[in-house]
Design a protein around this ligand. Structure first.
Ligand code: ZN
Length: 184
């Protein structure tokens, strides 16, 4: 099989703002971890999944359907996305609760952002990682049709990624249509 080895570089750095460790692979922020060890494990998992994905694509000789994330997600972009999202769900108590929880958990719970998919660790089951997309979540709250903080976290990261680091913060809009657009 003709495969080209792919070299990935990762770095784990203490983040004074979030007081945990930012995990970067190939220059793109993939998540935060509570310790260096956890960060290294997160980077290893991410790189392994990328290599597995690359290998599958080479074997199948098809173009990748999921491109690895190339836009760095900065903590500033997450903060801006949070500010915008809070304004948008101001009159929706369930999503405001989910959003506020997401803003805290995104700092303390390990997660990995794949561009179209978020993998985030369960707070209650230490071996469980939920897969979150724009329309679904693997958690029980979602199965029951409830707002969950995982999907709020997905939206935050998705919107943070969409905003380039230098882009101005989007104007705040507060209509229900925007709430529906963001969270439904
Ligand atoms: Zn969920």
């Amino acid at each position: 099989m003709n495969t080209t080895p792919t070299t990935h570089t990762s770095s784990i750095k203490y983040d004074r703002t979030t007081r945990d460790f930012s995990v970067t692979v190939d220059g793109a922020l993939i998540g935060f971890a509570p310790s260096v060890l956890a960060g290294e494990a997160m980077a290893r998992d991410f790189i392994a999944s990328q290599i597995a994905h690359d290998t599958q694509c080479q074997a199948a000789e098809v173009a990748p359907t999921v491109a690895p994330t190339t836009t760095p997600i900065t903590t500033a972009a997450i903060a801006a996305a949070l500010s915008t999202a809070r304004a948008k769900v101001a009159d929706n108590a369930r999503w405001m609760t989910a959003l506020n929880k997401a803003s805290l958990e995104i700092i303390s719970t390990p997660w990995v952002w794949y561009g179209h998919t978020l993998k985030i660790k369960s707070r209650t089951a230490s071996t469980v990682w939920y897969t979150v997309t724009a329309t679904s979540c693997g958690c029980q709250a979602f199965a029951k049709g409830n707002a969950c903080w995982h999907r709020a976290a997905f939206k935050l990261l998705s919107n943070a990624q969409a905003a380039t680091p230098a882009a101005p913060v989007q104007p705040v809009r507060t209509s229900q249509a925007d709430v529906d657009f963001l969270f439904n």
